[in-house]
Design a protein around this ligand. Structure first.
Ligand code: NAD
Length: 255
């Protein structure tokens, strides 16, 4: 991989980077020279291959467990760039929504970011430089039926990000959300069967009439496009970009 110099010497922890958007963000940061710490679940052989490709360290913490997050942050030490990206979805009418699923979605999509941020901020403040990027979603400002926990968690991540941006405003540390529309990843593929059931639709109808119907471009967002936006937020020139929620959603939330 050809490597730039822009983020040389910066250490970047990207949660949920064994797949999908997080992996694309990790690759994009690596291409600019950052040292990557991968996190996420999955097949260990595949993860080892990714870690080798990126020259990365891997931390397998299960982010549903605050003690595991603390152990990971302790093991990793200070980071310059923190990308809270791990996330999960569950699709169900609210009256049937399993309470354990609600708890898991909130724990992973919201509470895990609180823990990594509270543990990373002292190191960033000490250096007078830091970048916190939270992968929110178009669902941080708009809702869709049957995704109550996810929409609640992503709205909360947007509010959390604005709050820490204000707290950190004079410290050299920025905090922003990236809010993709639909990106074709295992997370989206995995919700198709439940969406078919909840709405009584075929697979093709879910893709075209539910997912792409939201996006005026009629195209899925590409993971690499999200990676490029994350790189921009890490640039020196983005030092005054903080507390923002960056849509990358093919026009979804413009409507
Ligand atoms: P994905 O399923 O491809 O990746 C999710 C990542 O999180 C994987 O690396 C997985 O191993 C990791 N993960 C899951 N549970 C974990 C746990 N308990 N502990 C540690 N890691 C865990 O999904 P994706 O689509 O790339 O989603 C990444 C983020 O982007 C999520 O926060 C998601 O909500 C958000 N997002 C996705 C889309 C989309 O259309 N795909 C749109 C908007 C926002």
């Amino acid at each position: 991989m050809q490597q730039g110099e822009m983020l040389k010497g910066k250490r970047a922890l990207v949660t949920g980077s064994t797949s999908g958007i997080g992996l694309a963000v990790a690759r994009a940061l690596r291409e600019e020279g950052a040292d990557i710490i991968l996190n996420g679940l999955g097949d260990q052989d595949e993860i080892d291959t990714l870690a080798e490709e990126l020259g990365a360290r891997y931390e397998g913490a299960n982010l549903l467990d605050p003690a595991a997050i603390e152990a990971m942050m302790e093991a990793v030490g200070p980071v310059d760039i923190l990308v809270n990206n791990a996330g999960m979805q569950h699709v169900s009418p609210v009256e049937d929504f399993p309470p354990a699923k609600w708890d898991a979605v909130i724990a992973l999509n919201l509470t895990a970011a609180f823990h990594t941020v509270r543990l990373a901020v002292p190191g960033m403040k000490a250096k007078g430089w830091g970048r916190i990027i939270n992968t929110a979603s178009a669902h941080s400002t708009a809702a869709s039926p049957f995704k109550s926990a996810y929409v609640a968690s992503k709205h909360a991540v947007a509010g959390f990000t604005k709050t820490i941006a204000l707290e950190l405003a004079q410290s050299g540390v920025t905090a922003n959300c990236i809010s993709p529309g639909y990106v074709w990843t295992p997370l989206v593929e995995g919700q198709i069967p439940d969406t078919m059931a909840a709405r009584g639709l075929s697979r093709e109808e879910v893709i075209n009439d539910v997912l792409l119907a939201k996006q005026p471009t009629k195209k899925f967002v590409q993971p690499e496009e999200v990676g490029a936006l994350a790189v921009f937020l890490c640039r020196e020139e983005a030092g005054n970009v903080t507390g923002a929620n960056w849509s990358i959603d093919g026009g979804w939330t413009a409507e």
